[in-house]
Design a protein around this ligand. Sequence first.
Ligand SMILES: [Fe+2]
Ligand SMILES: [Fe+2]
Length: 310
Amino acid sequence: MSNIHVRNNLDAPHAGKDSPLYKMIAGKTGAVSLPSLNMLDYSSLWSADWWGFDSCPVYANLSVEKQNDVLARCNQSLLTEAYFIEKSGLAYSAKMVLTARNTDEAQLFALIGADEAKHLAWIEPYVSADAKQLPRGHFLSFLSNLIEEYPPKLLVYLVQIILEGWGLDHYNRLAKSCAHPELAKLFAAILKDEALHHRSGNVLFDASQLSQRDYSLIEDALQHYSLMVRVGPQGALAIVDEVAGGLSNSDLQSVLVALRHEDETQRKLLLLRQLMNQPLVSRVVEILDEEHCFLPVSLREAVDCFVSSR
Ligand SMILES: [Fe+2]
Ligand SMILES: [Fe+2]
C-alpha cells in the first residue's frame, strides 16, 4: 500500500457540456443535461415541511423571498453534498482496485467505481458551476482523509459498511420526498446501486485480521463520525442564520428544534451505531457508548458549536 497514493481531487474541474468526453459520459450513463440551471426552482425540490420549517417561528417571520432563499439553499446543499460524495467514490474505487487482493475484488471495485461515475454524471447537471468548485464542510474533508490515508481493509468497514449504509437511509429519504420527478427517480436508482456497495462491504470486512493500530484508527474514525452527527443539522442552521441576518442564541435553538435536532439526530446516531456494531468491533462501539458518543448534544451545546464556527 505504501507506494500507492490516491488523492481525492474534489475540486477537479469538468471539461464542460460541449466537450466530446462529456457527451460520451452522458451517452454511456444516460445523464440528461438541463437546458439551464436558472430554470430549476431549487426551493421546490424538498418542501419546508420536509425540513421542519413549517413549525419554525423564525422561518415564519421571514419574508416569502427569504423563505424561498432558505429552502433553495438548503436543497442545493443536499445536491452539492451528494455530488461530492459520488465524486469521492471515484477516488475510493481507484484505491480499492489498485490494492485489491484478488481478481474478484478488483472486478467488484471497478464495478462500484463505474456506478459512482454514473451517479456523479446523473447529479452533476443539477449542481451549479460555483458549487462544484467549493467542497465545504467537515464531512467531506473527513471522508477525503479516510480515502487517502486509511488502509483498504479498514475502508471496507468505514466507507462501505458505515458510510454507504448511512447513504441508503439518506438517499431513501431524498428519493421518497423529492418533488422533482426526474431527480426522485435518480435518487431511487442510486439507492439500488448503493445497496450492493454496502452489502459487499459486509462480505469483505474481516475483523479477525485487525491489529491494535487498526483498532485505534477505527476508534478515531468512529468518534469523528459520531461527533459530526451529534451536533445536529449545522449546515441548515447556518443557512437560516445567514438568510435571516444573524440570529440570537434562543432563535438558533428554536430553529434546531424545528429541524428536529432532538429526535432526528438521535435516530441518525442509533442508525450509525447499528452500522458500526459489527462482529469483533463491538468493543470499540462499547467504548463510544461509555463516552456518550451516540447521544445528540443539547440544544445549547449545538448552538455553541455553531456560534464558535460562525
Ligand atoms: Fe454512489
Ligand atoms: Fe457507493
